[in-house]
Each structure stands twice: as structure tokens, then as C-alpha cells.
Write a protein that binds this ligand. Sequence first.
Ligand code: CP
Ligand code: NVA
Length: 307
Amino acid sequence: MKKDFLSIRDLSIYEFSQLLDRAAEVKKHSRKYRRALEHRILAMIFQKPSLRTRMTFEAGMLQLGGEAIYLAPSDIQMGSREGAYDIGKNLERWVDGIMLRTFGHQIAVDLAASTKIPVINALTDLSHPCQAMADFQTLREHKGSLANLKLAYVGDGNNVCHSLMLAAARGGTKMAVGTPAGYEPNPEMVQAAREDGKDTGFALTLTNSAEEAASGADAVYTDVWASMGQEAEKEKRARIFAPYQVNARLMSHAKNGALFMHCLPAHRGDEVTDEVIDAPGSVVYDQAENRLHAQKAILLALMGKKD
Ligand code: CP
Ligand code: NVA
């Protein structure tokens, strides 16, 4: 049976930690894997822009001995020129896996259901699981383990926040999410994280206070206030989210030596100040680097030879 990676929920607690181990191994011994996906091709469908995701999937496939084909939003015009079902039925005749960045999460679910090749979610409006894998790889590198840590997420309860909560549930990492009222994470995602993390040491606090969320945190994470597709709300959101800016004052509520994290791209001066993102505790470029290694581990798990 083929396996997809549409959500962190596709991973058991054991598989989550195994995948992080594999990502660390691939990072350390990358040459060992240079033929692992020889003759395999990944189709990359983008309905939104990208720097990190495109670069790391494409470079990752090349480093594993395979190839990647980039399909820009204007190329296949998913949904208007052709629907997910027919796209999946065509692609499986030519390539070995599909990576999709799109809007509605259901589009990714429909694509995966339509095709016999693995589908990887490279961001939907609901979740960004590849990002969370790279982020937890980064946290583990800097803090040694994931248990007994407090991760604060401050800002919009969005796709990135959802995948972080599901990853924290598996890693046994405590999480506090500080958002404005009305911008809390999706209640179904909150419930899913609490269910999945009930025996791991995970705990989740939701608050409307950025300071309460950041208090005593080992790492403070933020993301853009207006995600891709929400451009029309940019100004309104900038006013509502202003008290949630991650600046030196907010970081002073976290532990001494706390990390600063961001999935990037960052809007410097909005959700984070230069003094924070350029400080020694900022690990944003490590997170970006680990997109490469974490996704290589995902590609190997889904498209590699079965042991
Ligand atoms: N963090 C992330 O997914 O970056 P891109 O949008 O540039 O791919
Ligand atoms: N929440 C952001 C993440 C970008 C990587 C967005 O969806 O645009």
C-alpha cells in the first residue's frame, strides 16, 4: 500500500521519532544516499509561491539521485483547467511521487485518493507538515531532546501552528499558543493534538496573551500575520496582530538563551524585529536548512525501496 504524507497525523509517535532520526542520519551522511532514489521522479505542483519548499524538494531529489519537475500555478491550473482526480490519474503514469502546495486541504486529500503514487503536502491552508518536521529536527539539535521543553507560538493560529501542535504532541513537547481573539488555531486541530499527545508529556495552553505564551519558553516561534491567500486582509491583520510582535521585550519573558524560530519568509518589522531574528538565539536558517534533510527522509520513506 502506498503511503502519503498529508499531515503529521499520518505518523505514529514511533514513526515521528524514527523520521527525525532518519533526517539526522541523512544530514550527517548525505553521500551514502546519493543513489537511493535513482531513476525516481517527483512532480512538484505549486499553486502558491515558494523559495524554501521548491529549492529543498528539488535539491533533495537531485541529491538522492532522482529528478524533480516543477509545475508552476499557471502550468496546470489545477481546479480550473483540470481537477485533482484527473491530474492524479495522469501523473501516476509518468512519475513516482507528487508534492503539492495548494489552498484547500481537501484538494490534497482528493489528489492522494485519486492516485496510486505517494502524495506529499508541501503546505495547504490547514497544515504544513514538512515544515514542522524540519522545525522539530532543529529543536532537537539545539536542545538535545524534545521532552520537557516549552515551545511558545505567538501570532496567527494558522497552518504552521497546526502542524507544530501535532508534532509537539508526538515529541512530548509542551506548547503555549498566544493569538488574538478570533485567530486561535482550528478547534479540530487542537482536539487532535490533545488526543495524540495524551500519553507523551504534551500539554497545550491557549491564551490571548503573547506574554503568557512566551513566559518561561525554551523557544518562541512566530509566522506571518497574513498567510498566502489572505493578502486582502493584510492591513486589518497588521492592526490586530501588532501586540503579538516578537521583539526583545517579548523575548525577555522567555527563558534565558531561548531560541527564536520562524518558518520564513519573515516580514521584518511586523511579526518579528531585526534585533530578534538576527540575534544569536535565532535558528531560522537552521530551520530552512533542515527542510532539505527532513524532506529527504520523507522522500526516502515514501519513494525509496522497501526493506
Ligand atoms: N517556509 C516555507 O515553506 O517557505 P517557502 O514558502 O519559501 O517555501
Ligand atoms: N502561514 C504561511 C506559511 C508560509 C511558509 C502561509 O501559509 O503563507
